[in-house]
Design a protein around this ligand. Structure first.
Ligand code: ADP
Length: 614
């Protein structure tokens, strides 16, 4: 019985133990779960704290950036704006110094425009930085990307350089430079922050400095656009003032010759031959002066519009100089100047437009004569230097102030309006000379030691390599020959022009007939049977081109030599008149020499009267 009781007792004890064990296991499992949950909770709490810190930092950064933007919007002084951006950059980067540089495209270098904390010595030492210089900004400029140097002492690219010594003197140990790029990717400057201890900026710092860099780049871009606008506005105002001044000068200069011409006409009307003899040369001189002024003006405007074609040919330098001297001699002699010419010992050939090069040289000679008080010295010296001929016009005149030398070749520029200098001109001659020289691949320069010390103008032109003697291209040696008497029809709606040309031709011994209404020209031509017809191109009702076609189509007039008379002498005008059947093209104003040349050519073309077209 006892034994049975004990067995029973044992069984119930072990069952109890088993239950206790099971419970214990369950409990420790539950405990493990709780532990795991506790760890998870702790992790989550840590995460929450971290996120909160991060959020706070980002909020702080956002506040900082917002503050910067607000400050930029409020500030309108550009210098102050850059200063504030540097301040913001040093704050964000927790740096000791900072700087903003602007990229100067013309120099290809960075220029300091705002700094924070840097000493005066440092500012002047790094005022300009070229690409590749031993600084973070120099390297960032070279690579067009950010350069970070945590410690200058261990940066190989700087060791042994003067910049390292300067960094030490300025107390700079570490720096980063971030390029300022516009939205289109153009580099416009650099933003740099410096530390007095070795330092490596964090990712967050670099992210923020990028935002500041973008604002600085926008600011520089906006600012240079505004500067360019202001510059243009100033230029416009200046141009407007120049235009007014020029118009006043133009009116004055064109009026000047008119008064003596009008007086001369009054004298002519009185009809006393000996008085007429006296006033005619004066009237001719004044007229010549006026035509010269207007020609110069027309030339400049045509050259600026690219409408002047050079008629280049092989010409001898001495011939060009002779022609220029012939033009300028009256002015030089009138002022009693001593004039000497020195030419190279051998013949020099140019591939040039003879008239235009002579025009350059005579412009320089005329100026020398005008701007030298009477009885002065003028020299023309031509020599060959290398592959060029160098023609110098040297005078002992009033000279040109140094400040004006760079501007003297600009259109409408005159040194000043004082009586001494105002010599009847428009400030066009030198601009014209320079442009014509450039069209010949040459140049014109000036030197002057200053007031009353004279001036030297130097024309340089390339010379032709070969110097074998060949006759000039146009075949005529220029000596005017006499034309035989011809029957010439003149068709021009400008009665005065037609009458005067007719008088001139009659003086040369020709027989003329004048028609001022183009539609009547055909009948007149059939009746008059001219050997030559001079046709104005711009006429109402029937222009010269169409009239030429009609005359050409008439069998009875097939052999008439047709000369176009036009205000325009451009190649396309000449081509148009050729197409219309014209044989020759004369550009107004026509000189006696032009007419004689044209008539001679007509005789040659007609084979001394024999049909040229059959
Ligand atoms: P213009 O003689 O018609 O005024 P230019 O273009 O020929 O125009 O010359 C421009 C200006 O340059 C002149 O008004 C004059 O002041 C100055 N100049 C030109 N040549 C000389 C010179 N040889 N000596 C002094 N001044 C000169």
């Amino acid at each position: 019985m006892d034994t049975r009781h004990t067995e029973h007792q044992d069984r119930s004890d072990s069952a109890l133990q088993q239950r206790v064990d099971e419970r214990t296991a369950e409990l420790s499992q539950a405990l493990a779960v709780v532990e795991a949950q506790k760890r998870e909770l702790e992790h989550a709490l840590r995460m929450r704290d971290e996120i909160q810190l991060q959020l706070e930092a980002e909020l702080e950064d956002a506040r900082l950036l917002h503050g910067i933007s607000a400050m930029l919007v409020d500030e309108h002084n550009v210098g102050e704006l850059f200063q504030k951006l540097v301040d913001a950059a040093t704050l964000i980067m927790r740096s000791d110094f900072g700087s903003i540089q602007r990229y100067d495209e013309a120099r290809g270098e960075l220029q300091l425009i705002a700094t924070r904390g840097l000493s005066d010595e440092a500012v002047s030492y790094w005022q300009w930085v070229h690409p590749g210089r031993a600084t973070t900004c120099g390297h960032a400029l070279l690579k067009s990307q950010r350069v970070v140097v945590p410690d200058f002492e261990s940066w190989n690219d700087i060791s042994g350089s003067d910049d390292l010594i300067a960094f030490r003197a300025a107390g700079v140990r570490a720096a980063q430079s971030t390029p300022l790029l516009t939205r289109s990717g153009r580099l416009v400057g650099m933003i740099t922050t410096h530390w007095t201890r070795s330092h490596e900026p964090q990712e967050r710092d670099l992210r923020l400095i990028d935002i500041v860099a973008r604002q600085a780049a926008d600011l520089i871009e906006r600012n240079s656009a505004a500067e360019a606008l202001q510059h243009h506005a100033r230029k416009l105002v200046e141009a407007d003032r120049y235009k007014d001044e020029f118009l006043a000068t133009l009116a004055h200069e064109l009026r000047n010759p008119l008064a003596p011409i009008r007086n001369g006409l009054a004298v002519l009307k009185i009809g006393k031959p000996e008085q007429a003899q006296r006033v005619l040369p004066m009237m001719e001189r004044q007229l010549h002066h006026m035509v010269h002024l207007i020609d110069d003006l027309l030339d400049v405007s045509r050259i600026s519009r690219g409408m002047v074609n050079l008629k280049r040919a092989r010409v001898q330098l001495s011939a060009v100089i002779d022609s220029a001297v012939e033009t300028s001699r009256p002015l030089i002699s009138a002022a009693n100047h001593r004039f000497t010419i020195t030419l190279p010992g051998t013949a020099v050939w140019l591939n040039a437009d003879m008239t235009r090069v002579a025009q350059i040289i005579s412009n320089l000679l005329n100026n020398a004569a005008k701007y030298t008080p009477p009885g002065g010295d003028i020299e023309l010296v031509a020599e060959v230097i290398g592959g060029e001929v160098v023609v110098r016009v040297i005078d002992s005149g009033i000279g040109i102030p140094a400040a004006m030398l760079p501007r003297i070749f600009e259109l409408f520029t005159q040194v000043d309006g004082s009586a001494e200098r105002s010599k009847g001109g428009l400030g066009v001659g030198l601009a014209l000379a320079k442009r014509l020289a450039e069209m010949h691949d040459g140049s014109v320069d000036v030197e002057s030691p200053g007031d009353k010390a004279g001036a030297v103008f130097t024309l340089r032109l390339p010379i032709m390599a070969s110097t074998t003697n060949v006759a000039d291209d146009d075949g005529s040696d220029g000596a005017p020959a006499k034309a035989r008497a011809l029957r010439i029809l003149i068709v021009d709606d400008n009665e005065d022009a037609a009458e005067t040309l007719s008088l001139l031709l009659q003086e040369l011994g020709h027989v003329t007939s004048v028609v001022t209404e183009a539609p009547k020209a055909m009948a007149a031509a059939l009746a008059f049977q001219p050997e030559i017809a001079v046709l104005d191109l711009g006429m109402p009702h029937l222009n010269g081109f169409d009239l030429a076609r009609q005359l050409r189509a008439e069998p009875a007039l097939r052999n008439t030599y047709l000369i176009a008379l036009s205000g325009w002498g451009m190649e396309e005008d000449r081509a148009r008149s050729r197409d219309a059947g014209m044989d020759h093209h004369l550009t107004k104003p026509v000189t006696l020499r032009d007419v004689e040349d044209a008539l001679l050519k007509s005789i040659v073309a007609m084979g001394g009267g024999i049909s040229k077209r059959s």
